[in-house]
Ligand binder design. Sequence first.
Ligand code: SF4
Length: 180
Amino acid sequence: MGKPKIATVWLEGCSGCHMSFLDLDEALVDILSKIELCDTPITDFKDFNFPDVDVGIIEGSIANEEELKIARKLRAHCKVLVAWGDCAVFGGINTLRNTVPKEAILRRGFIETESTVGGVIPVDPELPLLLEKAVPVNYHVAVDAYVPGCPPSPEAIAYNLTEILEGRIPVLPSDMMHYD
Ligand code: SF4
């Protein structure tokens, strides 16, 4: 049997969860020797020429239509889907905008604030449309395991990956669980 294939995607959030992953340092080399990494946030996932993988890892919440498409696509192509970080687990900091109507956000961003688009809300079909609310990943697709934290600790990420590589659906021990 070949190495398990893992794909990661990065939706609405920052780079903090990935930085925490990289903070595994030498342990990362060991993990990477045991897996085949099929996609990362810096490759162009938008083409959707996406292979079937064993594990999909999502960071970030779902806040626009493109992110929703990506989450659904990854879910359809992986056996186990893991949400890393508070944004993916419960929406995190992105949900701060949910108290304001979407139209008011767009008006503030493009009309009431000096911008490079001349005071109009852009309607370019290439631009992803904002969803009414930023939501956690499991609002739209089934998630199998969670690693909360903003960002999750490298130890929690390592535990999660090790369990998956040993064929178990990880349940994070409570002493590794933290919500920021
Ligand atoms: Fe960034 Fe925190 Fe969201 Fe991770 S959970 S993407 S570190 S804001």
